[in-house]
Structures are given as C-alpha cells and as structure tokens.
Write a protein that binds this ligand. Structure first.
Ligand code: KIV
Length: 266
C-alpha cells in the first residue's frame, strides 16, 4: 500500500471504491489502524469523551489535540492523518482558525484538518484551504453544537433542514473542502448529497450510499461502552478480553503462580 493523499480519496470516489476512515488518538492504536490499511485516520475531538472521560467534546484544547496528533503521525506510514479542530479553535476569528489549522500540520504532522459546521464556516474553510491546508468539512450532527441542537439528534429530517444541508454541502465543496463528513442524517438525504458532489462524502450514521465510512475506533473494537450510538457496529470486544486477561494476572500474582522461573533471571 502506498501513502494516501487527497488524490487517493478523489480517485476512489471517481472509481466507485469505498473510502475507509477511523479515529485513533495514540501511537499503538494508530499503528494498528494504519497496518490494517485504513485510508485515513482522524484524530477526533471525540478523544475528549473516549480517552479523557469528559461529558462532551467541548473542553478539549488545541494543545491536547496537537499532543495526540503528534503521537498518531509518528505511528503512521500510509494513512492520511487529519487533525480535528476543537471547539473555539476556529469560531472566534478566521485568523485564529488559520493559525490553529497550521499548528496541526507544523506541530502535529497532520496532512489536513476537519472542521464542524455549515454555512457559518464556509469562509473559514476557504481561508484555510488558501493557506494550503486540506480541509475535511463535517455537517449534520455536529457534536460541538450539542447545546444548540439540544442533544445528539438525527439532523435533516424536515424539508427545510434538508435544503439547508444540501446548500451547505455545495458551498463547502465550492470553498475547497476535500471531503465531507455526514453525521446522523437520513440515508436518502446522504445519497442525494453524495450524488450531487464531486468530492467524497464520508458517512457516520448516514447509511450505505456515502463514498466512505468513519467510526470511532474504540466503538469498533469494543473499548468504549459508556455511550453507544445506533450507527455503531462492534467488530470486537476488547474490553471483555482485557478484563479476562487482567483478572487472570491478578489471580496468578495473588496465588503465587506469576512470575515463575521462566520470567525470572538467574
Ligand atoms: O471527533 C470525531 O471522532 C468525529 C468523527 C467520529 C466524525 O468527529
């Protein structure tokens, strides 16, 4: 497998091949995801909930995001690494947005950034793209807007909301976004947007017709069970496996069965 770039993602859409994306937040998990051949790794601000144990994604800082992005970039050989711009790193001013996007590339080693939001971030996306930083846009359920949305709810059910999401998708594409994450939107709407755009759509809770899919790694491997959305599919149960292993270790130490001669020095 060779290094994934924005050209790889665009060619995959053109050739009708699905794009695979997962999150990763540290060196060992990024190494596994990369070795599995996943196209792109998002260092998602979901790490606030998944690894920091916070209630939502709002408190995670730029410095923390850069810290995690650096670990991921260090591990990756082929996947494209995308840094997720945290809440309030791009909303206050475009100047600040460009500066913070630049930090993901310069300090984090990422090849692009992701930004949540629709019409209100179109100009910001344009400015970041002009600074030579690829941008992944993200509309539909945008977790940084949890307070405005009144919870984590499916978006785009009404005609008005569907019209707005389509307009946002088009304007974000025109602003230069390299792909568009569609989160928690009805399948038909995601299909329409996918057919409308020349850039790839990446679905999460957006049905099977998107050009690619993304999930949170810890959900996929069964490491995070505090909150499991309907769109998650668990492919392993690492929490159960880890519990078994740790309980066995505890038992063996307590019973004097570990360490043995094999694990000791002469
Ligand atoms: O933060 C995140 O992990 C995300 C994706 C799951 C789309 O935004």
């Amino acid at each position: 497998m060779s290094k994934v770039t924005i050209n790889t993602l665009l060619s995959k859409k053109a050739e009708g091949k699905k794009i695979t994306m997962l999150t990763a937040y540290d060196y060992p998990s990024a190494k596994i995801v990369d070795e599995a051949g996943i196209d792109a790794i998002l260092v998602g601000d979901s790490l606030a909930m998944v690894v920091q144990g916070l209630e939502n994604t709002l408190p995670v800082t730029m410095d923390e995001m850069i810290y995690h992005t650096r670990m991921v970039s260090r591990a990756v050989e082929n996947a494209m690494v995308i840094g997720d711009m945290p809440f309030m790193s791009y909303q206050a001013s475009r100047r600040e947005a460009i500066h913070n996007a630049g930090r993901f590339v310069k300090e984090g080693g990422a090849s692009g950034v992701k930004i949540e939001g629709g019409l209100e971030v179109v100009k910001t996306v344009e400015k970041i793209v002009r600074a030579e930083i690829p941008v992944v846009a993200h509309i539909g359920l945008t977790p940084q807007a949890v307070h405005r949305m009144g919870g984590y709810k499916v978006q785009g059910r009404s005609d008005k909301a569907q019209k707005r999401l389509k307009k946002e998708a088009e304007e974000l594409q025109d602003a230069g976004a390299i792909c568009l994450v569609l989160e928690a939107v009805p399948t038909e709407l995601a299909q329409e947007i996918t057919e409308m755009l020349s850039i790839p759509t990446i679905g999460i809770g957006a049905g099977p017709h998107c050009d690619g899919q993304i999930l949170v790694l810890h959900d996929v491997i069964g490491m995070f069970d505090r909150f499991v959305p309907k769109f998650v599919k668990k492919y392993a149960n690492l929490k159960e496996d880890a519990l078994k292993a740790i309980r066995r270790y505890k038992e063996e130490v307590e019973e004097g069965n570990f360490p043995t001669e094999k694990e000791s020095f002469k």
